[in-house]
Every structure is written in C-alpha cells, then in structure tokens.
Design a protein around this ligand. Structure first.
Ligand code: BG6
Length: 510
C-alpha cells in the first residue's frame, strides 16, 4: 500500500508526523453542497486512509434536503469515489461510513440545534467521554451568522471537558463593513481562539514552503528587500470558467473571489517580517502588520492601479467555449469581472518603492499559480563587449501549482571560447525531491482545526486588513456603471489593458 511504503521505506518522508488528536465529532453544515462533496468528504477519507484521524471520529452531516443516515452514507461514498486523490480502499471507506450520521434541518430552525445537541451528547455518552466538537460551516455565507447564533443559543458553543471549534469558509463578508459585522456576530458566541477561518491556499504545501524558503535558508533573506528586489509578479490564472457557480460568482467577481483572500495571503507571506515563532498569533501578528502597510489606492488612483476584465468566447484546451455573458446564470449585461490585475506597494522600510503586480483570471490559457521575484540587474556587466546581451536579472520563481517547486534563474557562461552569458535555471521539484504526492490543502486544514492549531487560519483583524486593501477598488468599480468592461478571449493571457499597470517589465508568459 502506498502509505505503508512511504512510511517504512521512503526516508524522504520521515518527517511526516502523526500528531495525536482528541476524539472528535465533526459536524458539517451544508453537507450535501458542492464544497463538501468535492473537497471536505474526500479530504476526510484521505485522512482516514493515512490513519491520521483521531481514534474516535464521528461525522454528522447537516443540510436542508430530505435524507437518511443510509442515503447520506451513499452520498459520502460517491463523493469519495469521484473526488478522492487516491483510489479508495474498501475497508477504510466502510470503516469511515460507520461513523457517518445525517440530521435534516433548516439552519435558522432552533429545533435543529436541539436535535444536534441531543445527538452530540448521545455520542459523548456512548463513548463514555466528551468528544471535542468541530462545527464546519460549509454553507452560503448568509447562513454563517444564523448558524453561530443558533449554536450559541443552544449552548453548543462550549462543552465541559472538551474543546469546541467553529470552522468558517470564505467569503467572510462582501466588503469591509459586512466582514466587520460578521466578525462581530461570531464574537458574540465564540471566543476568537475557537474560530478557524479557512483560506485553503494556506493549506497548500507550496504556500507553506514559502515560509521555509525565506526563514530556513540564509541565502534569500539578505536580498529580500527593496535594495535587491526590483519587482514581484503574483499570478493565479485558471483555465476553467465560472461553470455552475454563476449564482455565487455574479455577486463576487475575481477581486473578491481570489484577490481579497488567496492572493493577498501569498503577498503577506512573501513580505512579512520573520515571526519570532511559528505559533498562530505570532505569525498572524506579522501578517496583519504587513497587510496594514499596504496602502489602499485612493478612489482617484484606482484606474491607475487596478484593471478588470471579462472573458469573451474563445478556445480553451482545443475546445470552443462561450464568453462569460453567455454562461448559464449570468445576468444580461453583467459587469462582474472574471479577471483582475493590481499594482500594490508595501509602504514600510523593507519594501518602499517595490511594485507588487497581482493578476488572476478565469478562462485564461492555463492553470498556474506562481510568485515571481525579480532582482535588480547587476550594477556593472563586465562581459558586455563579448556579446552577452542575453544577461537577465536573477529571478526566483515559486510555483504553487501545478508544477510545485522553486526555480532560480542564474546567468551562466555558454560553453565556448567567448565569455557569453545566458540564463539557466536551478530547480527544485516537490515531486522528485520528496517522492510523495502533496496532500490536498483541506486535509491539512481539517486536521489542524481538529487539533486546535490556528496557524494556517485567518484571524478577525487579518480579515479586516485584507478587505481594507481592496475596499476602495470595489467602491470605484461599483460606482462606475457605464465605462465598458474590457474583454479578453477565453484561452488567452488576459486583457492588453493590464499591460498599462507595469513599469519597465512585461507580464510573465502564461
Ligand atoms: C476558490 C475560488 O476559493 O479558489 C474559485 O472560489 C477558484 O473560484 C479556487 O477556482 C481556486 O483554487 P485552487 O486551489 O484550484 O487554486
């Protein structure tokens, strides 16, 4: 079996830990939804497969739909069969299914919470010990305040001799004001230490590796500042379109969907000061500090700092695709952006004057998430007379997906009698270096939430700092209801308008 092999024979994965986790009941609100089916249930299966789940784990699915324990178990089985990153093992899956229960109810119905309480206390009794509780809110965001309030009213926000935690999915709010309201609603019933706000990018191995690269190597940190770094480009491109999610996406757009959370998290980890420890609040203190140093554009600067666009028809992976406006569920004449590019500055001692360019979009030519750090050119090039005009400034490229790894471009001599230089790459690939497939982000995060480790989760003040950066852009875009939204062909590298943000460089090829 793959996991046995990894542990017994592959010395490269020696560091993989099996941390003890207390017995837990995991309650998923919105258990029949898309996220639960595609990500959460398969992640839980994979944790079971690796023997990483607590000795006792009970899974309660809640949703409005009519179902039974049996039918819900079938749903879990189908989700795992379809979306698990590894082929399910029948014994492991059957074992997991024995712990699965279903409760039907409307999220605003007090009776649901009375029944939930009864079920959870019944499990405590059955096992003769109080189980930790994790409430996972995988629902539409309008239900978050309703659910936390009802959990609180039903006395489910605390438990004697057991820890209670609540995991909240994105989006947290719609803008700064609504995010504040939501944080308040949660704070009324849960202590911040009980709250785990998910940004699944933080669970990606390569995103965490960004911190390893910076803080476990003496090589990079001395140049990690305005004296050596010329500019940074962060790209999160997708080839998929909006699919069946127009209902959500129409009210969101690329800026809220990917920039406010995932991309700004990458920026924060890239630019923060070294934390004194990897403890949750020390790390998050540093992130908040640097996010607060990002000066949001003034309303009259937005046009110079941010570009939005929408995908038109085109060809992606050899197939013709429709434009955003023709997608099912998209409003006629919709102005929702499917592409956003931004130029931001971090106004502090380390980064003053360095432009950070961010771009994300759907229906671009391919899926790629990377951070490209370009260093300043060398001050003097002694080889110019030998025709070494191909010399490029060094670049450090961190690829988050799909080819997880790091590459550093160096100038090297072309073999021969002349002193001619050209760029070559020094590469590290996760797959070949560790001979193991990276776990899905949700596996790590569900595990951390069960263990009560909030390091890779977003704190309330961090959420507000993130919104603070994009709020003026949202306001300016929202207020402009007439100027045409640029279009880009599906399958392209995005709109030409985004080039205008760049100073003295070009967007990296997708
Ligand atoms: C989600 C967004 O948060 O991230 C989606 O809502 C997007 O629109 C997804 O497709 C991208 O995640 P990943 O892990 O595929 O890069």
């Amino acid at each position: 079996m793959e996991s046995d092999y990894q542990l017994s024979e592959n010395p490269l994965v020696e560091g993989l830990e099996r941390l003890p986790v207390r017995s837990t009941v995991l309650v998923i609100f919105g258990a029949m939804g898309d996220l639960a089916s595609r990500k959460l249930l398969p992640a839980i299966y994979n944790l079971a497969h690796e023997g990483a789940l607590p000795e006792r784990i009970e899974l309660i699915g809640i949703s409005r739909g009519e179902s039974t324990d049996e039918k819900f178990r079938e749903h879990v089985r189908e989700s795992v069969d379809r979306f698990s990153r590894r082929r399910p093992n029948a014994d492991v899956l059957n074992g997991l299914l024995e712990t699965v229960h279903y409760i039907r109810g409307a999220f605003d119905d007090a009776d649901l919470y009375a029944r939930l309480r009864e079920a959870v206390e019944g499990l405590d009794e059955k096992f003769g010990t109080p189980l930790n509780r994790v409430f996972y809110l995988s629902t539409a965001p309008e239900f978050f305040p309703v659910i936390v309030e009802n959990l609180g009213e039903a006395g489910l926000n605390t438990a004697e001799e057991a820890d209670v935690r609540v995991v909240i999915e994105k989006p947290i709010g719609y803008d700064l004001a609504s995010a504040r309201l939501q944080n308040e609603a949660v704070r009324n019933h849960f202590d911040e230490s009980q709250v785990f706000r998910i940004d699944h990018y933080l669970g990606k191995e390569t995103v965490q590796n960004l911190m390893a690269l910076r803080f476990a190597n003496a090589l990079f940190e001395p140049v990690w500042n305005r004296n050596f770094i010329d500019y940074v480009q962060i790209t999160a491109s997708e080839d998929i379109g909006v699919g069946t999610r127009a209902g959500y996406y129409e009210g969101s757009g690329a800026l809220r969907d990917l920039v406010q959370n995932h991309m700004l998290q990458l920026l924060a980890l890239l630019t923060m000061e070294p934390p004194t420890s990897f403890e949750a609040n020390r790390l998050r203190d540093e992130k908040v500090k640097v996010l607060e140093a990002i000066v949001p554009p003034r309303l009259d600067e937005v046009a110079l700092m941010a570009v939005r666009a929408q995908y038109g028809p085109g060809v992606v992976s050899g197939g013709e695709t429709v434009g955003y406006l023709e997608e099912p569920g998209v409003a006629e004449g919709s102005r929702t952006e499917t592409y956003a590019a931004l130029k931001l500055y971090v106004s502090n001692w380390r980064w003053a004057g360095v432009p950070f360019y961010l771009r994300t979009g759907k229906r671009l030519s391919r899926k790629l998430t990377e951070i490209a750090v370009t260093l300043r050119p060398v001050p003097h090039l002694a080889f110019q007379s030998s025709g070494s005009l191909g010399v490029q400034p060094n670049q450090i490229i961190l690829t988050v997906q799909p080819d997880e790894g790091v590459s550093v471009s160096l100038g090297a001599k072309i073999p021969g009698t002349k002193m001619q230089i050209r760029p070559v790459n020094m590469e590290f690939h996760y797959g070949t270096s560790f001979m193991s497939e990276s776990p899905e982000a949700y596996e790590r995060l569900i595990m951390d939430a069960m263990r009560g480790d909030a390091t890779l989760f977003t704190r309330n003040d961090e959420i507000e700092a993130l919104w603070g950066i994009i709020d003026p852009i949202l306001s300016a875009w929202g207020a402009d209801t007439t100027s045409p939204i640029p279009q880009y062909p599906s399958g392209s590298a995005g709109p030409n308008e985004a080039d205008a943000l760049l100073e003295g460089c070009a967007w990296r090829r997708l």
